[in-house]
Structure formats: structure tokens, C-alpha cells
Write a protein of this length. Structure first.
Length: 510
């Protein structure tokens, strides 16, 4: 180990680190994958999206990695008999709760539900197994894996970098490399070494949220936990259990991510402006809030938890830079956002693709590792973080009024679908093609206009019918170039089924 000079050393073997190792090793580069802990282990970021599924399929086809192609949908995971526990994700499901609500309708007769069916059957990944699987695949392609190896120091020099490591038995070693990818997460080694974390009081995002989460065993069924009729049951194109459930309320939301082994990931995300940080335990505060919403409480009360409740402080953060001479950070090391819309895995893969592609086509080939080659990557990452955070902040602000929330929620779907439609997944270095379409100046301008309206309505006790009609028409007509599912059309009742192959979306697909 002391005598080898690797092309790339990746510190952190989570989803992004292992995926990067697979791509680089498949391309013929020597890779060291360094892990402080060991697999299998718990990790958040368990729900895939159409962006993630299409990205991993594209990368599998581009680099001839069949394991990536198989991971692109629940159906292919099942047919390939992959050693991964997972669950089907065929819906984005949202139900808006008032305190005390136990039925499927509000007092005004509205069904406070949104259902958006995914283009194919995406996946809920049991990360303890999926991350281990990716590490095993990286090893099979030739990456050297160093488990239970703590990085004590990093020294950069003219030839590369020396990573000084230790192991639990007290032994020390060095790993030499030409380039480092930091995939160590929010306690990033590079950011600590160079003091790169932006202080919380200087953080340039309005999003201000925290989380409490755990895993439950055998949770109750949503449809059996509320008062409803057959018409409500029949609203959905597939059972609601085949999706990620979002139980939303003023100031927060609860995720339910079910796996096929009877385990369900459950988390509570809270707007800190509405629910300030406090000294309560995670378990105490979780049940206190859940107790206000009888439907969710019925699904969870008396069910076994499989791990302690984890309670965070503010989960947003950003580093001052994400790249440097001979190093780059994956997004989990450079920025922190929010679990809403499950952007994490897709964002990670998009960013890993950008780094790997630049290393393979330019930096490793020319033996030039100056930061200039990755400045576009840094610009893209920080711009995506900025606008995704603004979009999610708008979600929290919109949750005060269900109808406002509904139209704003559609806006986020239009961002994701137009990004895919325009071919953004296949254009890793073009700043006009960014996650949720935030590289499109026209889309961003319309988003800012809509976001401003939502923030204004957040401060009002009621949203008038005239204001709601304006939001609906904005989504339907102002956004028609991005609105492939006719979001906002009242005939759908908030339920948008999978698009037909004859639709405009597929006819114009880039």
C-alpha cells in the first residue's frame, strides 16, 4: 500500500463514493476506496426518483456497467435477483393534514391529496445493502478497498497527495494518489482541513429545516388508518403503499419509505422557523408532533422501532468551495439540503458523472489537476443547491394552505420533468442543463415569480379564491412549455397518472 500511486483516491464509500469508484475502475484507472467504518451500515437517502433512475441507466450504458443498468428500476433489480432489499416506488404521494383530521376529506369537502405516478417503477433502496453491493461491484472492477481505515492527514505535493491512515489495531500506512474525491459527507475531511464550512449565520439560503428519523417495523396501512370510502381508495392508479408517502402539515412533513422486508423508513422534517430547535429528545418530540395527526399516529402507534430516533440540528450547510488543485467534493460533502423531493441520490450521481468525465477525458490524460477544469462543476453544484433549497423553502411556506401547496408542488415536478425532457442527464458540463432545470433562465425567472407569490400567501390567514385561481392558471398557462402533464387542470383532481407514450413529452424527448 505504501508503494502504490493511485490515479484517484476516494474517501468515503457511500453511494456516491462507491459509484465513482466503479466508473473510474471500469474506465481503467487505478482507484483506492477508503472507508472509516464498515459495511453494511445505515444511511439516509433511500428513495430514488425518475432523474436518479434515468441517470444511473445512462451511466451504465455509457460506461458498459450492467450493474448500474440493473439498478435503474425496481423491476430490473427483481429480475436480476440482485442482493439488495428494496421496495417499489411508483408514486409520489402527498396527503395534507390538519390537526385532528381523521378522514379523507377536509371540512370544506376537499380531498387534500396529490398523486403523481412515476414514468416507470423506481426504487426504495435499503441503503445498508445497496451501498455494500456497490462497494463489492467496485472491488470486482479492480478498485482497492480499505475498510476501517481512518484518514489522519492529507499532504499535497507537486506529484499528488499522500493520505496518512490508521487502523483499529494501531497500524499506520500511507496511500499515494494523483487526485482525491471527498465523499465523507457533512463532516468533510477536505472542508475541515481548509476551514471551508460557511458559518450558519452567513449561509445564503432561506431554507432552514431539521429532521427526526428512525426505522419502524410493520407500520399500519394508510388507507386503513383513515375514514374513507371506495371512491377515495380508487383515486390512485396503484396502491399507495407502492410509493413514497409524504404526510404534510403547516411547518413540516413526514416521510414513509417502505421496503419489502417489512421495514419502513419514517422521518419528520420541520421548518425551524415554525418549530425552533429545542432540548427535547428526538423520540419525545417525534411522538408529540405525531400525536396531533390521528391518521399518522394510527399508522405508527405501538409499532416496533429498529434503531434509536436520530434528531438533527439544521441540515443545510455549504462549503466555500467544492474543488481545488487535485481534489473535488461530492455534493454530500459540499452542501446540505433537505429530503423533500428525494433529490439526493440523483444529485449525487449527476455530480459524480461530472467529476469522473472530466478526470477521464482531460485531467488524468493530461496529468493536469488544477482546479480550473472543475470550476464549471463547482458553479453547477452551488447553483443547483441554491435553487433546490429555494424550491424546498417554498414547499414549507406553501404548506399553510393546501391549495397553495398543491400548485406549488406541481411546479417542482415541472422542473424535474423538463430537465429530463431537455436531455440534461446527458450533458454533464453544460451550465444550461442543471438539476430541476435551474440552468434554464426562463424557468428560473418564472419560478422566482411563483415563489414570491407563495411567500406572500404564507403570511396570510386565508388564500382567496382569486389568488388560488391565479396560481392554477400560472401553472397551466404561464408554464405550458414545461407542463407536460397538464398540471393544474381540475379534471384530474390532483391525480396525474403515468404519461402515455404518445404524449407531447415523449414526442419531443431530447
Amino acid at each position: 500500500m505504501d508503494k502504490v500511486m493511485y490515479d484517484v483516491a476516494i474517501i468515503g464509500s457511500g453511494f456516491g463514493g462507491a459509484a465513482s469508484a466503479i466508473m473510474l475502475a471500469k474506465l481503467g484507472h487505478t482507484v483506492a476506496l477508503i472507508e472509516k467504518g464498515k459495511h453494511p451500515r445505515f444511511a439516509l437517502g433511500e428513495s430514488t426518483t425518475p432523474i436518479m433512475s434515468k441517470t444511473i441507466r445512462h451511466l451504465g450504458q455509457k460506461y458498459d456497467i450492467p450493474e448500474f443498468v440493473n439498478l435503474a428500476s425496481y423491476d430490473t433489480i427483481m429480475s436480476a435477483h440482485m442482493p439488495i432489499t428494496c421496495g417499489p416506488k411508483e408514486l409520489f404521494h402527498y396527503f395534507w393534514h390538519e390537526p385532528g383530521l381523521s378522514s379523507a376529506t377536509l371540512s370544506n369537502g376537499i380531498v387534500p391529496e396529490i398523486i403523481v405516478q412515476t414514468p416507470e417503477v423506481d426504487t426504495q433502496l435499503y441503503r445498508a445493502e445497496s451501498d455494500k453491493y456497490l462497494v463489492d461491484v467496485a472491488i470486482s472492477y479492480g478498485a482497492d478497498y480499505f475498510e476501517e481505515t481512518t484518514v489522519e492527514d492529507i499532504e499535497f505535493n507537486d506529484d499528488g497527495a499522500v493520505i496518512k491512515c490508521s487502523r483499529p489495531d494501531g497500524s499506520a500506512s500511507e496511500i499515494k494518489t494523483r487526485f482525491i474525491i471527498d465523499g465523507t459527507g457533512h463532516r468533510s475531511l477536505i472542508s475541515q482541513r481548509y476551514d471551508l464550512i460557511v458559518p450558519q449565520e452567513e449561509l445564503d439560503t432561506p431554507l432552514n429545516s431539521r429532521s427526526i428519523f428512525t426505522h419502524f417495523k410493520d407500520v399500519g396501512d394508510f388507507e386503513s388508518s383513515l375514514e374513507c370510502d371506495d371512491a377515495f381508495i380508487g383515486r390512485t392508479p396503484v396502491p399507495r403503499i407502492r410509493g413514497t408517502q409524504h404526510h404534510c402539515f403547516d411547518g413540516g412533513w413526514i416521510w414513509f419509505i417502505p421496503f419489502d422486508n417489512g421495514v419502513t423508513s419514517v422521518g419528520l422534517n420541520l421548518d425551524i422557523d415554525t418549530y425552533p430547535i429545542n432540548g427535547k429528545t428526538g423520540e419525545e418530540e417525534f411522538w408529540e408532533i405525531i400525536g396531533r395527526y390521528p391518521i399518522v399516529e394510527k399508522m405508527l402507534k405501538g409499532r416496533e422501532t429498529l434503531m434509536p430516533f436520530i434528531k438533527t440540528k439544521r441540515i443545510q450547510f455549504r462549503t466555500k468551495q467544492a474543488v481545488g488543485d487535485r481534489w473535488a467534493m461530492l455534493p454530500g460533502s459540499a452542501v446540505g439540503g433537505d429530503g423533500w423531493f428525494s433529490t439526493g441520490l440523483g444529485f449525487t450521481l449527476l455530480c459524480a458523472h461530472r467529476i469522473v468525465d472530466m478526470l477521464h477525458t482531460k485531467m488524468l490524460k493530461d496529468d493536469d489537476f488544477s482546479r480550473q477544469y472543475l470550476e464549471n462543476y463547482e458553479t453547477a453544484l452551488f447553483k443547483e443547491w441554491k435553487y433546490v433549497c429555494r424550491m424546498v423553502d417554498g414547499i414549507y411556506k406553501s404548506m399553510r394552505h393546501f391549495e397553495v401547496f398543491k400548485y406549488y408542488c406541481f411546479f417542482c415536478f415541472m422542473g424535474a420533468e423538463s430537465f429530463v425532457h431537455r436531455g440534461g442527464i446527458k450533458r454533464p458540463h453544460d451550465l444550461k442543463y442543471l438539476l430541476l432545470n435551474v440552468g434554464d433562465d426562463n424557468f428560473v425567472a418564472k419560478f422566482e415569480e411563483f415563489y414570491t407569490m407563495v411567500k406572500d400567501l404564507h403570511g396570510r390567514e386565508e388564500a382567496t379564491q382569486e389568488q388560488l385561481d391565479y396560481l392554477r392558471d400560472f401553472v397551466r398557462y404561464e408554464m405550458k412549455d414545461y407542463n407536460y402533464r397538464d398540471y393544474g387542470n381540475p379534471i384530474y383532481g390532483g391525480v396525474h397518472r403515468r404519461l402515455d407514450k404518445s404524449s407531447r413529452y415523449f414526442a419531443e424527448l431530447a
